[in-house]
Write a protein that binds this ligand. Structure first.
Ligand code: SF4
Length: 238
């Protein structure tokens, strides 16, 4: 199965995901700084752990200034449920410092006035902020034309042959960002995550959704006996 991320194919996949899972709802956080810090906490960890760490963070410290200047061990202890507490504590403090130095306050509003690519570059210039964290803030908070690609999106995009299996996460952002139309970027992202959580896990995909099988190289390889269900990624695909 060849790589194909034509607009018509992406729209067809999006439409089938919508049929299966319905429109995904999310609570937009009106405070972009808070959303950015929560996204940092969410890096490489489950949603429940992110929520516990965020609750601790915003209960233990009264404002962003207190978080920026907190003792690093105290901050790490507060956000411990999110994992990598020392690393994430440093990322959070670096991010707040960068925002304060840019704006004189703690605000992300200036990013909404920049070109999407410039805003993305500004955020990624902060050590520890990668394409996913930057694009989550820009797409969810500002509806920017940028595509967040987390592990679920990346894995499923490879299985559905939107991108080659060998694609790095940074390259996946670039390729999917170009290919997915602006008006469905957020919905496509959310639906792919839902599909990854409910059916298309890394090791044990259920493959129950008949609508998606026709797009899926992994399913077809397993069905043909060319790939064992536990094998991933297929060795014979680039
Ligand atoms: S057919 Fe299976 S592996 Fe392919 S996208 Fe669906 S759940 Fe994932």
């Amino acid at each position: 199965m060849d790589i194909d991320r034509s607009e018509s194919r992406i729209r067809a996949i999006h439409s089938d995901l919508l049929d299966i899972y319905g429109e995904q709802k999310w609570d937009r956080d009106s405070d972009g700084v808070r959303q950015l810090l929560i996204t940092i906490l969410s890096q490489n960890v489950a949603d429940t752990n992110t929520a516990r760490a965020a609750e601790n963070l915003f209960n233990d410290f009264k404002d962003y200034e207190e978080i920026e200047y907190a003792n690093i061990d105290e901050l790490a202890k507060s956000i411990n449920p999110a994992g990598l507490p020392q690393t994430k504590a440093k990322r959070i403090q670096r991010t707040l410092k960068a925002l304060r130095e840019e704006t004189g306050d703690y605000s992300v509003n200036f990013l909404g006035k920049m070109d999407d690519s410039d805003a993305q570059a500004w955020l990624e210039n902060i050590k520890g902020i990668g394409p996913k964290t930057a694009s989550v803030l820009l797409n969810f908070h500002f509806n920017a034309d940028v595509m967040p690609v987390d592990t679920h999106v990346e894995r499923i995009a490879k299985r559905l042959r939107l991108i080659p299996f060998s694609t790095s996460n940074t390259r996946a952002h670039s390729l999917l960002n170009e290919a997915v139309p602006h008006e469905i970027k957020n919905s496509f992202h959310m639906l792919m995550i839902e599909h990854g959580k409910r059916n298309c896990s890394a090791r044990n995909p259920t493959c129950e959704n008949t609508k998606l099988k026709k797009y899926c190289s992994r399913y077809q390889l397993v069905e043909n006996g060319d790939l064992k269900p536990e094998e991933y990624p297929p060795e014979n695909l680039s």
